[in-house]
Design a protein around this ligand. Structure first.
Ligand code: DCT
Ligand code: MG
Length: 429
């Protein structure tokens, strides 16, 4: 028995899988498709599809999978699946900002494969994905039938791709450097480190020095500890400042490659010197392993950028902080011999991004720095294509009214765009 994915509805469809659609909605949709006898289909929940993927073949549907109790359906030599959510194209938006995507990724098998394919395109310097509907369909079908994508597998075993993943895992190493090192014949980080004539940037030197810590990901507990440290320090200089965790941790992720913070001061007080004061103090306290302060490049008259991936103009600091590990366990653990103390490393290097925004741009900065990248990209695409507006991390510009739209909260920005509000934890596109 084979599983084949078919859309739109064809005569060979035997199973209909719904994600976030009730049985009533599916039946209503079927009526709209002029289907007279819907009993010829099994109406199933996405859990059946997931069970099939796990088993690597179509499995018999159980009551728990069904949207309604159906008559037993005789197995055919070919089971044809129609995805109700993609059939009802008007229900599932192409824009991530009109979908609620939690961390519960039912399609991991598919998204992992597409991530590899997209990374491969990025390596080839292809801007944006070309329209390749048929190709996407082939990949999906192959994963359903074979359990994996041969193309994604081939790429992930490719020497160039493996070097790309390895080299870019070093803080400060991007595509350009990766390409250069690959062309020079390097394949491992040891080989790069051993080549003493290479000129590494300050960032890359720090990246190699703290590689193990940084590559091991930041936990939620570590992010909370860093958050406390940052709040304490910022409030010493600006007691009313708002310090908010953004990025993946605001979206509810349990780990991250860094911790992102947005800082703003509600009062009239200038916050320009804040970052420098914070950095100076941490340096005196021996907590800074690396930092780079980028000054603001914001010009008031400028309209929001047209680019969906544009960087913003806020003053910011990319840093590696020394986070001292909490002493836990029984009190005896604190009594250690002097010789032990020297050997035990009681801290971890944590990548931290600090962004300072003027108070009136705070809502836009918060929305922009919360991500995910795909969600942000789609918000901007949606604003310009569907609303004739320009959105970036500083402002929203209405091209029809020729005016900037003020917002004090993320909710107001969604309202300006005519979008239902999407909570941060539903922005994991
Ligand atoms: N961002 C963006 N466009 C970029 C870079 C960043 O929209 N070119 C936004 C989206 C997320 C946020 O800034 C923070 O970026 P990262 O820390 O890179 O992403 P993350 O979602 O926090 O992921 P991670 O958990 O890996 O840190
Ligand atoms: Mg992050």
């Amino acid at each position: 028995m084979k599983l084949r994915c078919d859309y739109p509805l064809s005569d060979s469809v035997t199973h209909i899988v719904a994600e976030n659609n009730s049985c009533g909605e599916v039946l209503e949709w079927l009526r709209g498709q002029k289907v007279r006898d819907s009993s010829r289909f099994e109406l199933l929940d996405i859990s059946w599809f997931t069970a099939c993927m796990e088993a690597g073949k179509p499995v018999d549907s159980e009551i728990k999978h069904r949207l309604i109790v159906q008559q037993a359906c005789s197995a055919t030599s070919e089971t044809c699946v129609s995805e109700a959510s993609s059939l009802a194209a008007d229900r599932v938006s192409q824009y991530a900002c009109q979908r609620r995507t939690t961390l519960n990724n039912y399609n991991k098998k598919f998204t992992d494969a597409f991530e590899i394919l997209a990374e491969n395109l990025k390596m080839k310097n292809i801007e944006g994905l070309p329209c390749m509907g048929d190709k996407v369909k082939c990949v999906i079908e192959e994963i359903i039938e074979e359990g994996e994508s041969s193309q994604a597998k081939e790429i992930s075993n490719d020497e160039r791709y493996k070097s790309f993943k390895l080299f870019t895992s070093v803080f400060g190493v991007g595509l350009k450097t990766t390409e250069k090192w690959y062309r020079m014949g390097f394949r491992t980080l040891e080989e790069v480190k051993a080549e003493k004539t290479l000129k590494l940037s300050r960032m890359q030197i720090a990246g190699f020095l703290h590689y193990e810590d940084i590559v091991s990901y930041v936990s939620k507990a570590e992010a909370d500890a860093v958050s406390l440290l940052i709040k304490d320090t910022v409030c010493m200089f600006l007691p009313d400042a708002l310090v908010t965790v953004t990025g993946g941790f605001r979206r509810g992720k349990k780990t991250g490659h860094d911790v992102d913070f947005l800082i703003t001061n509600p009062g009239p007080e200038e916050e320009k010197e804040l970052l420098h004061k914070v950095v100076d103090l941490w340096e005196k306290q021996g907590l800074l392993l690396y930092y780079d302060v980028i000054e603001s490049t914001f010009e008031k008259e400028k309209r929001p950028s047209r680019k969906v991936d544009a960087l913003d103009h806020f003053q910011k600091c990319f840093a590696i902080l020394k986070l001292h590990q909490q002493r836990t366990g029984n009190s005896n653990s604190n009594i250690s011999k002097e010789s032990d103390k020297a050997e035990v490393k009681d801290w971890k290097a944590i990548r931290v991004d600090l962004v300072i925004s003027p108070f009136e741009q705070y809502a836009y900065a918060l929305l922009g720095w919360t991500g995910s990248r795909q969600f942000e990209r789609d918000l901007r695409r949606y604003a310009s294509r569907e609303r004739k507006m320009m959105l970036d991390n500083h402002a929203l510009y209405d091209k029809t009214k020729r005016t900037f739209l003020k917002a004090e909260s993320e909710q107001e920005i969604f309202a300006h765009l005519g979008l239902d509000y999407i909570e941060p934890w539903e922005r994991n596109a």
